[in-house]
Each structure stands twice: as C-alpha cells, then as structure tokens.
Ligand binder design. Structure first.
Ligand SMILES: Cc1cc2nc3c(=O)[nH]c(=O)nc-3n(C[C@H](O)[C@H](O)[C@H](O)COP(=O)(O)OP(=O)(O)OC[C@H]3O[C@@H](n4cnc5c(N)ncnc54)[C@H](O)[C@@H]3O)c2cc1C
Length: 415
C-alpha cells in the first residue's frame, strides 16, 4: 500500500542552490520537499571558498562587462539577507557567520600600477577601492610587504553556518534519499523526460508517492545521473576540476584575497577558515588550483609552500599541516567561454534543470525558478499543514571542507 503526497515543488539536491530555493519556496508559501542523497551542503558548496562574488574577478579575464548585472547585484542581495532584511522571500541569514566583510585583491611588485587605471574605470567604480597602507588588512601591514591592495565589495562566509540557517525549522520537509537498488527512493517516470513521482519507502516500510507540479534538479555533479535516468541529453553537464590546497597553522592573521599574477586569472585566491581549536585553515584556490590538477598532492604542496614563501615571507609556516582536495565544478556544458554572470535554469517537461555556476548566484537561481513557476501559473497553495512525511532519515549538515583531511577525521564543527 502506498499513499500519495501532493506538493508544488520537489527539490533534488541540498547544496546552496537547492537550499536557497527550498527556503524561499517555503517562505513564499509553496509546498516544497527537499531530497538529499548525502549530507546538506557537503558537495561543492562547503568546498567553495565562500566568497560572494560581485563579478570583479571576471572583469579581469574579460568574461564580464558592466552589462552583467545579475552577479554584480549579488553581494548586496546577500548582505541584506545576512542583515535579516532580504528581498521578499529571501532567507533570514542573521545566524550565519561572516568571515570577512570584504575580499581583497593584492598585487605583488609592480603589476599593481598597471591595474590602477583599470580599476578606476567606469565598469568597476564603486566595486573596487584602492587602499592606502593604513587601510590594509593586518596581514599586509608587515614591513616585508611591497605592493598594492584593493578592497572588493564581496563578503566571505562561513558556509556551514549558511547551510544551517537555510535548513533551520524546515527539517520536517527534508529527506535523505538512497537511489540505489533496494534504497528508499525511486524515480517513477511516465513518459520519457517526465517525472510522475518519487516513490519513497520509510523506516516502517510504508511507501509514499511524492508528487509535484515541478521537480527541480539542483544536484550539482549528481544532476548528470538524474538526467541520465530520465534520458535527457539536453542540457548537458560539464565538469571543471580543481586541486585545492589547505594549510592549517598558527599565524594569527587571516587572509581573504586574490593575488594578481601576470595572467588575468588570479595567481592564487586565499580564504581563511577557523577550526575548532582557533587555528586558521588557509584555503588556496585560483590559478594554483587550476594548474595543480596535473600535479600530485606532494608536488602541489611543494608549489604552494614556495608560492607562500615568495608572496608572504613574514608568515611562518614551519609547523603547518598541509593537505590537498580534488573537487569538480559542475556546470552546464557550453561551447563558448563560460560567462558566469547568471545562474542556469532550463525547463524540460515538468523538470527544471539548474546549476548556479557560482555560490553567489543562488538567489539569482531561485528568482529564475520562481519566475518559471509563475509563468506556468504554479502559485503557492499556502497550506503545508498536511504535508507530513514521517519515518524518513534526515541528512546531516557537512561541517567543514577539511573534514577527514590533515590525517585526522575528527576536526570538529566550525564554531
Ligand atoms: C573549490 C571551489 C571553490 C569555489 N569557490 C566559490 C566561491 O568562493 N564563490 C562562489 O560564488 N562560488 C564558488 N564556487 C562555486 C560554487 O561552490 C558552486 O557553484 C555551488 O556551490 C554549487 O552549488 P550546488 O548547490 O549547485 O551544488 P553542490 O554544492 O554540489 O550541491 C549538490 C547537492 O546535491 C546532492 N546530490 C547529488 N546527487 C543527488 C541526487 N541524485 N539526489 C539528491 N541529492 C543529490 C549532493 O550530495 C549535494 O549535497 C567554488 C567551487 C569550487 C569547486
């Protein structure tokens, strides 16, 4: 025997895209259920650097112009949500932790002088400020530092706390699914490319047919296998790998900055994340992580040590712990150079296939899905009192990206 539960939207995937959308749908009064197969926020989301990009990085590569308004508006959108007065439907993220109010950009040596006029240009006015030495963040106040520092209007977030804020109070509508044979979840398809329902089996072995007006794929890299199950070939997904470096150490000052190199891609992007003992884990991405894909962990760590010694020689990393992390960025397949200026959302039958392409663009993705729902006359039913899903397992929230690294498993929750 199975009973049917009718919903407006089933969201598949509990990364930043799925969670922001799911929270917003509930706030607007939609009946929404979220299905996560592993842990909440545990994919690209927790492994991101947590920077709410406003697009400045892409103006360097020529990928963006001033016309790219979607990403330019994201820092303000997030700041409002973090202050608890987001736009209609946006989540209240007051309990999330801001690691840095600004991200910075620094140029070692004389590259900076060439960049100054570029940053003063119209396209970037109000988004990039050159700082005087007295305004430098503490990490650049050392005598050994020669170069320029710019302040970007981009926040850096402790992502596990954002995930927690998005989930809080909605646990009853989140289910941990196992799609494997003999698992608790199965896609029921009627015609090709269309989902009739998700058949769920609870811990008492009762079956529930979860129906929805729209099924949203927000499963990051996992969207590929969902598309495959539905025999959907368009849109297609592409993966772009990164090999990130982590260094845990006792230097007291955090750093949140892109280091400019001779190519438009930042030579290195460093963010800092506190562990439960109050030590910083510096997380190194950008050019070093793109080039590092071809390197072994040992080779990449050797490169990173040399780079940090050259760029920040006053930072003593003698007793630091090092590790690396391989992770893919999942995105829509595109022939042209990727323009990460807006989230990707494409309807296919009763499914909407999404990739935010950037953490920062989660609100933009949510806007677009809701716009598509409204265009299809799918409006909130405002009553979820009978939306009862008993006896299902709940996914955990993934605590931090370095969990299981540095040779130990028990690093603990981000404070
Ligand atoms: C190293 C790195 C650094 C980055 N830094 C930044 C940054 O600083 N700023 C920025 O804006 N962007 C950044 N990004 C990009 C950003 O992280 C991603 O665009 C964003 O997190 C993608 O979110 P998502 O929800 O689509 O995917 P994910 O976070 O990957 O979430 C997908 C979720 O779906 C679940 N799932 C998978 N398959 C299924 C299934 N079949 N059923 C149910 N659930 C499923 C997964 O378990 C996972 O929880 C970075 C990316 C990387 C890799």
């Amino acid at each position: 025997m199975s009973h049917t539960v009718e919903t407006d939207v089933v969201v598949m995937g509990g990364g930043i895209a799925g969670l922001w959308l799911f929270r917003t749908l509930h706030t607007l009064g939609y009946r929404a259920v979220l299905l996560e197969q592993d842990s909440l926020g545990g994919g690209q989301t927790i492994k991101s650097q947590g920077i709410v990009h406003g697009g400045t990085k892409y103006t360097l590569t020529g990928q963006l112009t001033n016309a790219s308004q979607a990403i330019a508006g994201m820092p303000e959108r997030w700041r409002n949500a973090l202050a608890g007065h987001g736009e209609a439907g946006d989540p209240d993220l007051r309990s999330a932790r801001i690691l840095s109010d600004y991200h910075y950009l620094w140029s070692p040596g004389d590259i900076g002088s060439r960049m100054t006029s570029f940053f003063a240009s119209k396209a970037l006015r109000g988004r990039v400020d050159a700082l005087s030495k007295a305004q430098f963040p503490a990490i650049f106040q050392h005598d050994g530092f020669r170069g320029k520092v710019y302040q970007l209007n981009e926040i850096v977030l402790d992502i596990a706390t954002v995930t927690r804020a998005l989930v809080q109070g909605l646990e009853a509508y989140i289910i941990k699914v196992d799609w494997r044979e003999h698992g608790n979840a199965r896609l029921v398809t009627d015609t090709k490319s269309s989902i009739e329902a998700v058949e769920l089996t609870n811990e008492q072995n009762q079956k529930v047919l979860l129906k929805a007006q729209r099924f949203v794929m927000a499963a990051g890299e996992g969207t590929q296998s969902l598309l495959h199950t539905l025999e959907i070939s368009e849109p297609a997904m592409q993966l772009r790998p990164l090999h990130m470096v982590m260094v845990r150490h006792r230097h007291p000052e955090p750093i949140y900055a892109h280091c400019l190199g001779i190519t438009p891609l930042p030579r290195m992007t460093i963010t800092s994340h506190p562990d439960s003992d109050g030590q910083w884990v510096w997380y190194l991405g950008g050019g070093i992580a793109e080039d590092g894909v071809k390197q072994s962990a040992e080779e990449l760590i050797a490169t990173a040590k040399k780079e940090l010694q050259a760029l920040l020689p006053w930072v003593d990393l003698t007793n630091a712990q090092w590790d690396t992390l391989r992770i893919n960025r999942a995105e829509p397949k595109q022939n042209r150079l990727l323009r990460p200026d807006a989230a990707f959302c494409q309807p296919v039958g009763n499914t909407i296939v999404t990739w935010p392409t950037k953490l920062a663009l989660a609100p933009n993705l949510s806007d677009e899905v809701i716009r598509q729902l409204q265009a299809d006359h799918i409006h909130p039913t405002t009553n979820d009192s009978d939306l009862i899903l008993d006896g299902f397992p709940q996914p955990d929230i993934y605590p931090n990206f370095w969990q299981g690294c540095f040779g130990d498993d028990a690093v603990g929750e981000t404070p």
